[in-house]
Design a protein around this ligand. Structure first.
Ligand code: GDP
Ligand code: MG
Length: 435
C-alpha cells in the first residue's frame, strides 16, 4: 500500500464523522495516486468527480463507518470503469476460429500469442500459431521456439508475404484439424501507415473472430494514442496488457478502457507459458491505487482458510499479529497458490527482487527448514530470537545466519505489510457486509 493512500486511510479512520473537507483532501490524494500510476489526467478528473459525488451521498456520510465506505466507493468506482464484468475471449462457432494479435514492435505480441495458444490448449483446443512477422530477422524462429516449448504447431509459410501466410495458415488449420488459429503479426516501433495497411490486409484476408491489441504496461500515457490509432484502422475487440510482472502500476489500462471503450481481456505477466491470465478489474483497481496484489493474496488466503488454514492463524492474520507458525502456514498456502515467486511479486518491492534473481523457488523449502529448527516458544514469540538463538537455528538447519536473518526480515515485512493493509481490508469486509 503506498504511503500516500495509507495516510488517507488512517487519516479518515481516526474521524468518526466526515466533513466535505475530509472527502476533498482524500480525493486529492487519490488523484495524485492515479496520476502517479500514469492514468490520463482527463480520465482522472472525471473519475474524481464521480467518486466524490458518490462519497457525499448520505449513504456514505451518515453510515457508521464512513471512512471505510469512502475507500470502498473509490475501489468500486475504479473497478466499474475498468470493466464491470470480466471480459472473456469470445470464440465463435466457426472452425477454425481466428485470433489476430496486433500492436507495436516489442509490445509482447509474439510472447502473448504463444501463451494464448498454451492457455487454449489447456482448455482442450488444438491451436495453430501463424508467423506473419516477416520483417524482423528471427521473428518466426522466436515463435517456433515458443511453439515447440508449448507443444503447439507453428505455420511459417514462405516467410515472405504476411497476408498470404495468414490465409495459408487458416487453410493449414482446416487440413490439420486445428480449431483455433492465432495470427502473430509484425509491429513497428511507432504507429505508421505500413503497419496499419498490413494489419488491415491480413484482417481482410482471414476475417478474425477476435482481434486483440497487445500493449506493454510500461507504455504510460502514450498508450492512448497508440490504441486510438489501431482502433480507427483495425478496430480491435480487446486488449492484452503485457509485462504486468514489472513495476508498472498499469494506469494505462484505465485510460485505454475509457478512451477506446475496449475491454482488457488478459494480462501477461512473465516468461512462463502459464503467465497469461484473465483480466480482473477489481485486482487492477487495487494495483492502480498502489494496493498491489496483496489484497487478492490475502483474499485467497482467507477463502481457503476455513478448511485449510487453522482458525487461530486466520484470526491472527486478521489482527495482523501473526507469529512464525502463522507465517509458515501462509507460506504453505502460497505454495499451493502458485509458488513463492507469485507471493514475492505480490509483496511491495517484490518485482525487483524477482528481476534481480534474488528469489528462487527453493527459498520456500529453506524457510521451512529454518522455521522447523526453531523451538515452539521461538516460533510463537519471534521477538526472542537474538544472535545466539539465530546461530543455533542456522546450525540446526544447515544454513547461514544470513539465511535465518533473511527469513526474519521477510516475516517482519509481511507482518508490517499486513498491518498496513488492515484499513483497506476492513473496508472491504465492511463493504461486503453492507451490500
Ligand atoms: P513483439 O515484438 O510484440 O512480438 O514482442 P515480443 O513478444 O517479442 O516481446 C518483446 C520482449 O518483451 C521480449 O524480450 C519478451 O521476452 C518480453 N516480454 C513479452 N511479454 C512479457 C511479459 O509479460 N513479461 C516480461 N517480463 N517480458 C515480456
Ligand atoms: Mg513479434
Amino acid at each position: 500500500l503506498s504511503d500516500r493512500l495509507q495516510g488517507i486511510f488512517s487519516g479518515l479512520k481516526s474521524k468518526g464523522r466526515l466533513t466535505e473537507q475530509d472527502i476533498d483532501s482524500a480525493m486529492r490524494e487519490i488523484r495524485m495516486a492515479l496520476l502517479e500510476a500514469d492514468v490520463n489526467f482527463k480520465v482522472v478528473k472525471s473519475f474524481i468527480r464521480s467518486a466524490k459525488e458518490r462519497c457525499l451521498t448520505a449513504e456514505v456520510m451518515d453510515s457508521l463507518t464512513p471512512a471505510q465506505n469512502v475507500i470502498k466507493v473509490v475501489l468500486d468506482e475504479l473497478t466499474r470503469l475498468l470493466g464491470e464484468n470480466d471480459a472473456k475471449l469470445t470464440l465463435s462457432s466457426r472452425i477454425p476460429n481466428v485470433i489476430m494479435l496486433v500492436g507495436l514492435q516489442g509490445s509482447g505480441k509474439t510472447t502473448a500469442a504463444a501463451k494464448l495458444a498454451y492457455l487454449l490448449k489447456g482448455k482442450g483446443h488444438s491451436p495453430l500459431l501463424v508467423a506473419c512477422d516477416v520483417y524482423r530477422p528471427a521473428a518466426a524462429d522466436q515463435l517456433q521456439t515458443l511453439g515447440d516449448e508449448m507443444g503447439v504447431k507453428v505455420y511459417r509459410g514462405d516467410g515472405q508475404d504476411p497476408v498470404k501466410i495468414a490465409s495459408e495458415g487458416v487453410r493449414f488449420a482446416i487440413d490439420n484439424l486445428r480449431d483455433v488459429v492465432i495470427v502473430d503479426t509484425a509491429g513497428r516501433l511507432h504507429v505508421d501507415e505500413d503497419m496499419m495497411a498490413e494489419a488491415e490486409a491480413i484482417k481482410e484476408a482471414v476475417t478474425p473472430d477476435e482481434i486483440l491489441m497487445v500493449v506493454d504496461a510500461m507504455t504510460g500515457q502514450d498508450v492512448v494514442n497508440v490504441a486510438q490509432a489501431f482502433a480507427e484502422r483495425v478496430e480491435f475487440d480487446g486488449v492484452i496488457m503485457s509485462k504486468m510482472d514489472g513495476d508498472a502500476r498499469g494506469g494505462g489500462a484505465l485510460s485505454l478502457k475509457q478512451v477506446t471503450g475496449k475491454p482488457i481481456k488478459f494480462i501477461s505477466a512473465g516468461e512462463k507459458p502459464d503467465s497469461l491470465e484473465e483480466f480482473h478489474p477489481d485486482r487492477m483497481a487495487k494495483r492502480i491505487l498502489g494496493m498491489g496484489d496483496v489484497i487478492s493474496f490475502i483474499e485467497t488466503a482467507s477463502k481457503i482458510r476455513a478448511d485449510e488454514i487453522e482458525a487461530e492463524t486466520a484470526e491472527r492474520m486478521q489482527r495482523a499479529q501473526l507469529n512464525l507458525n502463522d507465517f509458515l502456514e501462509m507460506k504453505k498456502q502460497v505454495k499451493k497458490m502458485g509458488g513463492v515467486s507469485k507471493l514475492i511479486s505480490a509483496l511491495p518491492g517484490g518485482d525487483k527482487a524477482m528481476a534481480s534473481g534474488q528469489v528462487d523457488e527453493s527459498a520456500l523449502d529453506r524457510m521451512e527448514t529454518i522455521i522447523f529448527s526453531m523451538t515452539k516458544k521461538e516460533r510463537e514469540h519471534p521477538d526472542i530470537l537474538n544472535g545466539s538463538r539465530r546461530a543455533r537455528i542456522a546450525r540446526g538447519a544447515g544454513v547461514t545466519v544470513q539465511d535465518v536473518n533473511q527469513v526474519m526480515k521477510q516475516y517482519n515485512e509481511t507482518k508490517k505489510m499486513m498491518r498496513k493493509m488492515m484499513p483497506a481490508m476492513e473496508a472491504m469486509e465492511g463493504g461486503r457486509g453492507k451490500k
